[in-house]
Design a binder for this molecule. Sequence first.
Ligand code: KG4
Ligand code: ZN
Length: 350
Amino acid sequence: MNILGIETSCDETSGAVLCDGQVCSNVVSSQRCHTHFGGVVPELASREHERLIVSIVDAAVTESNITKNELDVIAATAGPGLIGAVMVGLCFAQGMAYALKIPFVPVNHIEAHIFSPFIDEGRSQPPPEGAFVSLTVSGGHTLLSMVSQDLSYKVIGRTLDDAAGEAFDKTGKMLGLPYPAGPVIDRLAERGDPAFHQFPRALTSQSQTSKSYHGNFDFSFSGLKTSVRTWLQKQTPEFIEIHKADIAASIQDAIVSVLVEKTISAARSHHVKSVSIAGGVSANSALRKIMQEACDKAGIRLHVPGVVYSTDNAAMIATLAGLKLSRGGRAEHRYNIAPYASFAAGARYA
Ligand code: KG4
Ligand code: ZN
């Protein structure tokens, strides 16, 4: 089965072709127009998707060495995301499926992230040993979920305020770094000292009594943001410049240590043998390293997506559509699926 996937929920325009479960192409174009705004400008994002969607989809089909007429299904992100941005890919995908007279499958972007670690392992199947805990960390979401073999999942923890990616991006902006600051902090931190300054770690064993902490898998990053801002205000510009790498490493350590502690604690309390990380922040090298060490210590298997499948991409959209179809899901000749902005709306929709 040949599936074309399309992703336009935020600032990546992407098309991918999955042929019998294998990724044959995955073309991703990241928008550069937001760099100096310190965040994604929704109107600009929609316009950029509109400008690029035809050439990206054409490139994905050409690279896969099949023709459009050999496509069996088209899948696209229906949400959550920036509504105008989602609409560009969703309308394009449904129009193309209608013209080719093939079925269309709407995909929830966050669910696609959850299953992205299994693309790279060649089999596009969740781990055989049963349920696993997924940490999904992106620019807009931070979720801990219990995921079952039948592809259903239950959210057991989420951020109460900012997402982990937002924490990277907003604190990075305070340091004068361009958007998205996550990858820049990652690179800077390689030559910094994570123990240079201890920023707060909210809702963890360090910040709460063991009684109120136990079994709480929610996150909070807004206190970190405030703490970084007030701390930076007390430093001179020269000091900040000299210690930029140390500050980046300290911020990164505050975010990563919370993500690791909560994930391992969730895996232990739910007695699972596997955990996975996914979403843009799962590209972070310290998160990958520290999570691997913690999993090794706890005797837990860690599933990590290839870096290209961590950040937004259409291969994960086509992969989840393929997984659902292989488990008896239906692909319909229905081309009136509406976009949704919030995760909750998407979950209800599914
Ligand atoms: O999943 P994603 O590509 O888009 C959303 O669905 O939001 O995630 C984007 C987020 C941004 O906040 C970006 O700064 C962060 O992922 N990110 C990283 C790294 N690469 C991307 N954060 C930390 N370290 C990285 N290497
Ligand atoms: Zn994403």
